[in-house]
Every structure is written in C-alpha cells, then in structure tokens.
Design a protein around this ligand. Sequence first.
Ligand SMILES: Nc1nc2c(ncn2[C@@H]2O[C@@H]3COP(=O)(O)O[C@H]4[C@@H](O)[C@H](n5cnc6c(=O)[nH]c(N)nc65)O[C@@H]4COP(=O)(O)O[C@H]3[C@H]2O)c(=O)[nH]1
Length: 560
Amino acid sequence: MSRAIINLISVKRQQLAALAAGLVAFVLLCLGLANLGLHIADTAIDRESRQLLQPLVDRSRNMVSVFASLQTEMTAAPCSPQFVEEMRRISLRPDGLHEFAYVRGGEVLCSVSAGRLTRPVRLEDPDTTLPGKDIATDLWMDLDLGEFGFAGVSGTIVKRGSFAIAYPRPNDPAPSLPWLNAEWGLKDATGRFWHRGGAEGLYEATAGLPAWDLLSLVPAIHASVCDEEAGNLCVVAAAPLAALAAEGWPFLAIGLVLATLAALGIAGQTRDALARRWSFRSRFLRTLGPDTVFCLYQPIVSLATGEVEACEVLARWRDVDGSIVAPGNFIPIVEKSGLTLEFTRMVVERAYRELSASDLDGPPIYVTFNVFPCDLPKPGLAAIFAPFAGQPERFVAVAELVESEEIDAAAMQAQIDDLRAAGIKVLIDDFGSGYSNIKNLADISVDGVKIDRGFAMAPDGTVAAKMLDLAIEMIETAGRTIVVEGIETEERLQQLRRNHPSVGYVQGFHLSRPIDIASFVRFRRQAVPAGHARRRGEHPVVSLAEVRARGAMTAALPAS
Ligand SMILES: Nc1nc2c(ncn2[C@@H]2O[C@@H]3COP(=O)(O)O[C@H]4[C@@H](O)[C@H](n5cnc6c(=O)[nH]c(N)nc65)O[C@@H]4COP(=O)(O)O[C@H]3[C@H]2O)c(=O)[nH]1
C-alpha cells in the first residue's frame, strides 16, 4: 500500500490534500490569468508601436518618392531660377516635405526656400550613412536649419545623390495608451540608435532585456518593431507592470475573485472526491472480501471443567493501511448495505477453513457465530453453516441471535426451529440488553442464553452486578444453558463458581481475548492437564486460573 494512499485515509490529510489542490489551482489560474492579461497587453503594445511607427515609415516612403521625383523630373540647369521653380513645384505636394536643396561637392548651392545661395553652405561629415542598393543616404541629425529658411529650427537633412531634403523635427504623436512609454528613431548600420522622438533613452534601457521582463526590480513588458525597408526605423515600447496593474485593476480584481471561487470549488470537489473514495465506508465496501475479512476466536470455557468447549468467532476487517478494525465500526455498514448474509457466509467459510485445517482434537467444539437478526427469515441462512454440519464429530455450529423488534416471538421460534432442524444450535445473545425480554425467554425454545457482558463486567455492588444473579436465576428457571460473557476478573469467576454452579460456560478477557486460530488451538490444548489423554465425554476438572495460566492470554492477530 503506497504511503500516499495511507495518508489519504486520514480525514485531516484529505483536507490538506484538498487545500493543496485548491492552492495549486489558484496559482495555476492566477498564472493563466496573468498570462492572458500579459498577452492582451502585449498585443495592445504591439499595435500601438506599429501605429507610432507608421508616420515615420510614411515619411520615409515619401522621401524615397521625392528623391525619385527630384532625380527624374528636374530638367533645368542646377540652381537656375527654373531649377528652383521645378523644385518648388515638387515641394508643393501634400507629403509634408517642402524643403529641398541641391548639393554639390559637399556644399548646398540652392534650396526651395532660399533659392540660389549667395554663399554656399558647407555640409560637414554626415552623422550617419545608410547604405542603399544603388546609392547611399547621408543623414545629419538635429542640425540648425536656419540656412535653409527655417530660422531657429533644428531638423534633419537627408541627402541622396545631389539632392537633400530638410525637415524640422516633426511633432509625432505620443502613445495613446497612458501606461505605455515609447521611443522611436533610426537604427543605423552600426547598430546605433538615433533618437527621433518619445521617451529618450528607452531604447538603451531596454536593449537586451526579454520581452516579458518579469523578474527585474521594475518588471515590465517590452516591444520593439522596426521597418527595415524604410531605413530601419524602430519603435521601442515598455509598459511597467505596476502601471498595467493600475490600469487594469478592475479586471485584476474580477480575475482574482473568479480564481479564488474556482480554487475553492476545486478544493471542495477534491475534498468530496477524496472523502467519497477514501471514507471509511467506501474503503470498507470497496475492499470487503475474503482477503480483508478475517476471524478471531474467543475461547468459551466450561465453568465446571475448565475445558475450552466452545469458541465465539468474531470478525475483523483489515483496512487499506493494514490496521485492524473492530466490528463495531463496520457491522452497521454491512447492515445498511444489505450485505449481511454475504458477510456471515464470508465469516463462516473462513472460520470453517481455518478450524477444519487446524489440528484441534478432543470432543467436538461448539463454534458460535453472530447472526444478523434481519437474516433470520432468509432461507439461505441455514445453508451457510452446512460445512460444519458435515463434520459433526469435530464441530457443532451455533448461531447467536439477538432479539429484534421487527420479529415477533412466534415468527422467531419458527425460524429457530428451521436452524435447529439443520443441525445448528441456537443461543440468544446479549440477554438483558436491547430488545430481549423475559417473556420471550420462557416462550422461545433455544439451546442456550448468553447474558449480556455488561452485567458480568459491572463492578461489585452495583445494580448491574446484582442483576447478573437475577438473570442467571431466570435463565436457570427457564431451563436453558447459561453462558456468562464479559468475565474480566478472577473474583467474578470465583463468585460464579461459588454461587451459580448452574452456569454452563464463561467467556471473557480474564480467560482470553479473541485470538487467532493458531493461538486458539494452543490455548485449547494447554487447557488440558499434561499427561491427561482426553477421551470424548471425559472432562478433567482444572481450575480456571490454571486454564488462564496455561493459555495464551493476549489477542494475537494474524500477520498482515
Ligand atoms: N470489554 C470486554 N469485552 C469482551 C469481553 N469478553 C468478550 N468481549 C467482547 O464482546 C464481544 C462479544 O461479541 P458480541 O456480544 O456478539 O458482540 C459482537 C457482535 O455483535 C458483533 N460481531 C462481531 N463479529 C461479528 C460477525 O461476524 N457477524 C456479526 N453479525 N456480528 C459480529 O460485534 C460485536 C463486538 O465484537 P467484538 O468487538 O469482537 O467484541 C466481542 C468480544 O471481544 C470482556 O471480558 N470484556
């Protein structure tokens, strides 16, 4: 039996397992919700980044188109009035690019707004150069554009071949998502990022970080989109988790509530499922069978001779963890589940197997079994004891009956007669308790009566102890064999021997607890004085103290 299963039969452990399942479910659900939330945010960030990139890409495409126009549509002599006019015409297109210049030998010679420059403007080395398929593109970033007619304005000059386009720093739109930081710019061939707008430094700060940077001091998710065709224009965006949480707290709260409810549901379901499967009742019913039900034998001793003339067969059940369970725990389940006859058959068969295989010798032994009152009217009851009836020289089967409110005395007598006709002796069990009554004692004909153990176990001088004497007298009057159960002390035994020689048999822990078959065989044999070969009908008289001293006193249980 695995340790996990043994653990699961404890209600406390079942609750702990259910709690653990609930916690795991909660964590998984939270992780799932966080994952979903982060994916939604990620998608929103990506969409927003592309929107931020779009104007930059449009401008870049416009430039490509303007450069193409400048190169193909300009027909006049460079920097002639007609040349400037042709440039102006191109500049009037609604593409946001209006300032063009003609450059030769590193000097701007004319531009749309200034016409032919009286003094050419020398362009220093470009800040960066983007290699192109046919022709490279030089860029000057944040240059003073005063010379180009934009006094006090800084901007960018993009030069391709003999033409340059100048444009002031555009007023690009900020991110529309309040929780999003973004920076956009140009990544040149050397990998350097040229800031063109947004939160300056963000590109540097997030370079090399994972897209979902959840383990840093300031967890955030990042996105970076670039358009290589448009000259490697890029937007990097970052959303700090704290800002995301602040923005999405209603969803977060709803998600947490739902996750908590779902986790509680899962914990409850787990607890119920474990309880259903591993409750005592379901464990018992699931494993009930000849492998788990076994018998103990409690010696019943003749008060007169000290011989072990009978034994009561008492059932035990082995739980899944190997522990031995007393009948008080499972007999009610057997009754409620309607398995009474099956159960009795199982016990009788096992007892017969063990007893018939043992080397019990001497006179036939009375083997008493507890019979469920509800089985009494069932036709199959007598048949269960048939194996014992087949060996009358060794065994006499005895059915111990308790009276029940459902059966009246006349019906009970008829059923008892059926049993007796099948060779089964009948004892009324637990006399003096439950539904047993004095009138039935006189009316019902049985082989004997067992007095409820509560009387013999009662301390001296108590009402119950005094009632033992009365009960014995009553049964004696009715002419039945008397069995006194519950003998726990030598004093009580001696009292019985002294005061009630009419008592036929005694049973109790003082003599022996219920024991396994091997111990019982030993106990019975040792109860016969050494050297006294016993023949049928010969009853050597030994003191009961001697029986006890020789016999096995402890409840030996079969090995699991
Ligand atoms: N304190 C004390 N107890 C003593 C003493 N002498 C005997 N006993 C206990 O009294 C019970 C006697 O069986 P019961 O009255 O038929 O009461 C039985 C019987 O009603 C029922 N039972 C046991 N096995 C079976 C079975 O196979 N079938 C049915 N239907 N019921 C069974 O379970 C009850 C309890 O059985 P056990 O726990 O084995 O308990 C046994 C036995 O161990 C004593 O000196 N002191």
